[in-house]
Design a protein around this ligand. Structure first.
Ligand SMILES: [Zn+2]
Length: 508
């Protein structure tokens, strides 16, 4: 045999596309070429593959070697193609089949090799080095080739084995994979790493006082609503935000895998956890770090917060470009990073929690401290956040300065008790409409938000008084739906609507 065809995967955003690795051994002057938009690391694989084949006790074939990675227009990076290239060379040079007798061509390899998907970087000794983001590769293979068998280096295979329904084999070196391909000694199934127990999260009982903000946080958790907290420094905005993941339902297995896959793409260590992620980027974070970017696109903070919470403290201090870049992902639940040859897509379905001071110095309206800001500075500060972004935040709550009486009071309700109510409320929403209330669109609001007659007139009056837009009306309805669900009511009563219209931006 002079041609071997094997399958591998190239990473592009959160998808690992299928790549065909063709290895051809032809007559002519000795040479070794890799074609198909391979970047430097892939072209360097020639040297690694040559050394690994020799170190593993095989012969490096003489002749003209051409390796083609297709589709050719998809960029390919990293050394993960070393393994399919090396195995392809061994197959093409007949080193894995029974030795040819009487000058006949070597027998064809086992057709089962067509089901293999291989990825792994080779060291010069022939040992396999773990690959980046094995979960992304495994999730993609499970999605579009569920019958395939994935061969990965030991260390990566154990993570990939978390993906249900996929056969993953763990290999230590090229010689082991060669023995498997020749049918001599089969590779073991990868044993999945133990599913991690969720790390403890801070408890809501640590927050003293602030009953209004605690309630708003519970409503936000129950309906999946975004939340803006406005209050002076020390009022407890950051403490409350950090406790939101502990109020949310734990992630199911596929959500946890997806979140861990995004973290792996961002180069973070193994972060599989059943807890919704909590990300709190600093306001000086660049746009690329916030929404994702780079010449090889990497996910940003909004994707790392997928299925969890993105907390933006000091919201007006974020650059206008950063805040504008959030608008589309907030709507679409994903972010697309376009490059010259392709577009990488990352998920970004997160719950936004933002916090801001009432003015640049923070003490405006404080009973004791004096605000040193001019009206002009206050207006500029508030004006830094665009109306369209604020329109996408369902709940706006004002926190009063921390009261000394609260510190002496007994601790408040713990997270576990609140989470129980949140879970019950979420179950109601999913049973009724298959999604959280925060995701209800216009027509669905008409269908699922039946108003009692007095609630109807209260809502109309509130909208007239507040000169509210259609968007403001929808926001109030979604929040009222969640408040009614927390009470276990099907019809929205006037009290639910009255509470919902309170959660609006001051002055709007
Ligand atoms: Zn001030």
């Amino acid at each position: 045999m002079t041609l071997a065809v094997l399958a591998s995967r190239a990473l592009c955003g959160m998808h690992a596309h299928a790549v065909r690795v063709e290895t051809h051994l032809g007559p002519g002057l000795p040479g070794f070429n890799v074609v198909g938009l391979a970047d430097t690391e892939v072209r360097e694989s020639r040297e690694r593959v040559r050394a690994a084949i020799l170190s593993s006790g095989f012969e490096f074939p003489a002749g003209r070697i051409t390796v083609s990675l297709s589709p050719a227009d998809m960029p390919k990076e990293s050394g993960r193609f070393d393994l399919p290239i090396a195995l392809g060379l061994l197959l093409a040079s007949g080193q894995l089949a029974a030795p040819p007798s009487d000058g006949a061509q070597p027998a064809a390899p086992d057709p089962a090799l067509a089901h293999l998907v291989l990825a792994g970087e080779l060291s010069l000794t022939g040992a396999l080095v773990p690959v980046a983001a094995p979960l992304v590769i495994a999730l993609s293979v499970a999605r579009d080739a569920p019958d395939a068998t994935l061969i990965l280096p030991a260390g990566s295979a154990e993570q990939a084995a978390w993906v249900p329904g996929l056969r993953v084999l763990s290999a230590r070196c090229l010689a082991d994979v060669a023995a498997h391909a020749a049918g001599a000694c089969l590779l073991p199934n990868a044993a999945p790493n133990p599913w991690p127990t969720p790390a403890p999260v801070p408890c809501l009982s640590d927050v003293r006082g602030q009953p209004g903000a605690r309630r708003a946080l519970e409503v936000a958790a129950a309906g999946g609503h975004s939340l803006l907290m406005l209050g002076p420094p020390g009022a407890g905005k950051s403490m409350l935000a950090a406790r939101l993941p502990g109020l949310l339902p734990p992630l199911d297995r596929s959500q946890a895998l997806e979140a861990a896959a995004v973290a792996a793409m961002a180069g973070l260590p193994d972060t599989l956890s059943g807890q919704p992620p909590f990300r709190a980027p600093h306001h000086s974070t660049s746009v690329a770090a916030l929404v994702g970017g780079g010449s090889r696109p990497r996910p940003g903070e909004i994707s790392l917060a997928h299925h969890g919470v993105l907390f933006l403290d000091e919201l007006p201090e974020f650059s206008r470009r950063s805040l504008e870049a959030l608008r589309e992902p907030l709507e679409a639940g994903r972010v697309v990073i376009a490059r010259a040859l392709y577009a990488a897509q990352f998920p970004a379905r997160f719950q936004l929690v933002a916090a801001m001071n009432p003015c640049p110095c923070g003490w405006r309206g404080h009973p004791v401290r004096t605000c040193s800001c001019t009206p002009d500075q206050v207006a500029r500060y508030a004006g830094k956040i665009s109306g369209p972004l604020l329109d996408r935040i369902d709940l706006h709550v004002v926190l009063p300065p921390s009261d000394p009486v609260w510190m002496a009071a007994p601790p408040g309700e713990p997270s576990a008790a609140v989470r129980e109510r949140v879970m019950r409320c979420r179950e109601r929403q999913y049973a009724r409409q298959g999604k959280a209330n925060a995701d209800l669109a216009g027509a669905e609001l008409d269908e699922f938000c039946l108003l009692a007659p007095d609630a109807q007139s209260l809502l109309q009056e509130a909208m007239r008084r507040l000169a509210g837009s259609g968007r403001a009306l929808h926001r109030a309805l979604r929040v009222a739906r969640t408040i009614a669900d927390l009470d276990g009511e099907d019809t929205l009563a006037a009290s639910h609507v009255a509470q919902a219209v309170q959660y609006r931006r001051p002055g709007v």
